[in-house]
Design a protein around this ligand. Sequence first.
Ligand code: NAP
Length: 690
Amino acid sequence: MNKLENYICGKWISGEGEGQILFNAVNGTPIVSASTAGIDFEGAMVYARKKGGPALRKMTFHERGRMLRALALHLLAKKELFYTISYQTGATKIDSWIDIEGGIGNLFANASLRRKLPDETFALDGDAIALSKNNSFMGHHILVPKEGVAVHINAYNFPIWGMLEKIAVNLLAGVPAIVKPATVTSFLTEAVVKEIISSGILPDGSLQLLCGSAGNLLDFLTSQDVVTFTGSAYTGRLLKTHPRVISESVPFNMEADSLNCMVLGEDVQPGQPEWDLFVKEVKKEMTVKAGQKCTAVRRIFVPENKIEDIGKAIASALHQTVIGNPLNDKVRMGSLAGMGQREEVKQQVQQLLSVSSIISGSLDSVSVVDADDVNGAFMSPLLLMNERPFVNTASHDIEAFGPVSTIMPYKNMDEVVELSKLGKGSLCSSIVTADNNIAKQYVLGAASHHGRILVLNEECAKESTGHGSPLPLLVHGGPGRAGGGEEMGGLRGVKHYLQRTAIQGSPTMITAISNVYQQYAKGNVSGRHPFRKYFEELAIGDQIVTEKRTITSEDINRFADLSGDHFYAHLIKTDFEGTMFEEQVAHGYFIMSAAAGLFVDSYEKNPVLLNYGIDELRFTKPMYAGSKLYIRFTCKEKAAQETKEPNPDIQMPKGSDIPKGIVKWLVEMLDDNDELVGIATILTMVQMKN
Ligand code: NAP
């Protein structure tokens, strides 16, 4: 029998011995075996740290983002191959789409995140912190990649998405990974990693793969590593308390069993669009991926007077689900990932039946289309009913990781919030309601116990991504039983792989370290006006201090007429008694405009292509007629723009072929007492010389 290969230290290697046999979940035939026996786990960790880490850390966030995009495009071109393998895990076309294209989508989303990070190998985090009276000492936070390995131990349900959603994040951060998918479905992960490696897109050592047992891999963890785990709470706890995890203070991100719930709002009546939405969403969550989703709905809470009607409606929807061969177009639900997994689900259902009864489906039989119900890991969707959810609490404790869910009644909002919390922490909860007040009470009442809450109604249903979809830019994880982890979530996820270090020093020193101008740092006032410099010629800290302009009452009147802003504070005739002002005050926007009049180098064409906008603008002190305004204008930050590849099919906007970058400028608006009257960060688009 063929053996899966492990990708370790830059080579594809078979493990020793016969290994674990992996089966086609649909018909039970053995397909391949997997072994990691004899693999040098320590060598793999060292290789990642010595080879992959340094190569990734040399790249900027933007370069790593573009690498992820190239990888996403490469895998997309190969997706058909993955579909042909995926069905052997019992996955239908839709299930496979979530795994394959959902996973690739994650690469794209993380690739785009580069735009929220600098084109540097490090980033600043948060705001500058003033630490001294005279502004000579300050603090900031800097983020640098950890110098270790991301060890990902994954579950069997999403062999591709499970890997890609995690490596997208650590690779963007600049940290290499060792991936250990769950063995039963690792044949699909192996196929994807073969494509990734052969593409040559990732630097050597940035991705390694183990198909089979994790062996003693965790014995070689050190303090710069990060472990993520997705699977059962039992294994999670075992690994989280591994002596190396504890002695080396290794961050451990855990996603474990989660008894997610869906609530039917008290306002929803039969016949209302939300009623049908609820039934459809519950059915989807029970049957997609045969209920083997970390976010699948396990508990269904319904107002007690509607429990019978909703039970019938869900049962009728479930009866229409065609189960069988995932390759058959009519089939909507495939098999579980294997016979072992089905057996486990059945055992959990037996336990659930001590506190509930089956109202739809059968534990002993399933009718399948175009498939083998004896050797394939098929199972009928099971809808259970627990009428006393506060007394019979097993429904909140036992997770059957398959197409199984329990309906339970509630009396009022307090009860349903309480019931949702009996799950002791979940990845996701949903409420279906058209009532804003009900939604608000539920969200604020229940949020402490759930990682994500979806409020579903007719208004958002068409475009809703649904209860079950974790999204790359939203947090995925949940408190308590769900593992207490948090992955993805846009930049939040990337930060798990970055060390945040507080740095202190003079503003000039922090500017030099961070390459971002800090207020009160020394500026470079010599030389040409910065608007006469091309992008490459501009240095952070290039500065001009303008001449002074007197702000007159006539200026204020003219600006009021020109803009139409006749707010009473800007009018000379106003009685200022009881107002915030002493007399006619200049419009903040006039001060900003007058500032531009002072710092813009006019008339002749120069490398500044356009004004791009304002990031921050604050008016800090009123300016009255007669006072003088001057500006300290400093180059704060630069980011080169990627040029779009010319596309003969699309008419590109004028100037899109000009090489350029965005420059941020700190605009300090000062009066004749040298006091700040306003401060802004403005953006310009500046042409490159070459
Ligand atoms: P599991 O036994 O805990 O396995 C999960 C992963 O841990 C697999 O890769 C497994 O490898 C590995 N593993 C097991 N023992 C290990 C050890 N001693 N050292 C290192 N690695 C070890 O979970 P499962 O039963 O396969 O998966 C089903 C469970 O996963 C369900 O209960 C479900 O709740 C949970 N799950 C949770 C999420 C989530 O995001 N919250 C997602 C999916 C699944 P092998 O395959 O080689 O044993």
